[in-house]
Design a protein around this ligand. Structure first.
Ligand code: GDP
Ligand code: MG
Length: 296
């Protein structure tokens, strides 16, 4: 395992592939160390047939033009990205296989508990290898978005016109979960209307506005705007961590306050005495104290 981790940091594809498989199975990995930089994790979600795979393929090209390395986790066994259209895990750019692209197909949609639970570990592996962008393609069905929302920096929801999808999404409360909404296949008639409907559905006073973009992977319309919007989105994972530290600080304050008012309690004095006399170890005493304060 240690050799694999070394290989991962040295850019060895075989090590990457092995570690990803372990992470996908939920095996515990050794410490991977810190990645040199964190990746931007972008989830593409939406109903089957809305064009997630096609759009992902186009996004890869855009991302490569910016000279960024991109990995794709396709939580859709039928994704042409991971199927016959591409050779192995390398996409065919004009000429030769591209070392800046890596694609891994996962057997189940990310919304199903197991995969969602293992995504953070897989993302960590990809980050340590050095990918700048991680795309997650996953079929959305309400619950799926919630699971992926937690692990991605940016959640992109794809809708298309003439399917009534927009209304379904609206009901499921999924629209509000998205960071970017794409009205896809904008080359087809009816997309103007869908665009207007979605914008109207999201026009709630006091709620932060979500960008809604008309895109066609087929014609390339809106692609540049989409990538620009995605790259300018704040990173949810980083924000989550920062917020976590803030929360920890607040919790410490709460504990200190409770400790001050509990100091005279007999049970607390007993705990402290036991610790002082060495009857309780540091960790056990500290945990005991936490338990007492948590109950107050
Ligand atoms: N008209 C049009 N069709 C598209 C576009 N993008 C994808 N499609 C078609 O939509 C179908 C489903 O595409 P796919 O990418 O497999 O959808 P997924 O199931 O969401 O991954 C295919 O037949 C694509 O050729 C687009 O921008 N415009
Ligand atoms: Mg697909």
């Amino acid at each position: 395992l240690e050799a694999l981790v070394e290989g991962l940091h040295a850019g060895d594809r075989h090590a990457l592939s092995r570690l990803l498989s372990l992470a996908a199975r939920g095996d515990s990995l050794p410490s991977l160390g810190a990645p040199e930089h964190s990746a931007r994790v972008v989830a593409l979600t939406g109903a089957g047939g809305v064009g997630k795979s096609t759009l992902a393929g186009k996004l890869i090209q855009h991302i490569r033009v910016h000279n960024l390395q991109v990995a794709v986790l396709a939580c859709d066994p039928q994704s042409p990205l991971s199927g016959g259209a591409l050779l192995g895990d390398r996409i065919r750019m004009p000429g030769q296989p591209d070392d800046g692209v890596f694609i891994r197909s996962l057997a189940a949609p990310a919304g199903g508990g197991a995969i969602a639970a293992h995504l953070p570990a897989m993302i960590r592996v990809l980050e340590c290898y050095g990918f700048d962008v991680v795309l997650i393609e996953t079929v959305g069905a309400g619950q799926g978005e919630t699971a992926v929302h937690e692990v991605a920096d940016v959640l992109v929801l794809l809708l298309q016109s003439e399917t009534g999808d927009d209304l379904q999404w609206e009901k499921a409360g999924v629209l509000e979960l998205a960071d970017v909404i794409v009205v896809h296949k904008a080359d087809l008639p009816g997309s103007e209307q869908t665009l207007a409907q979605v914008r109207a559905a999201l026009d709630i006073p006091g709620v932060k506005s979500i960008p809604v973009i008309a895109v066609s992977a087929r014609t390339g319309m809106g692609m540049e705007t989409l990538w620009k919007t995605i790259s300018e989105c704040p990173r949810r994972r980083a924000a989550g961590l920062a917020a976590g530290h803030e929360l920890l600080q607040m919790a410490q304050e709460v504990l200190a306050r409770r400790f001050a008012s509990a100091a005279i309690q007999a049970s607390l004095r007993l705990l402290v005495d036991n610790w002082r006399q060495g009857k309780l170890g540091d960790e056990a005493a500290a945990t005991g104290l936490l338990r007492m304060l948590a109950k107050m």
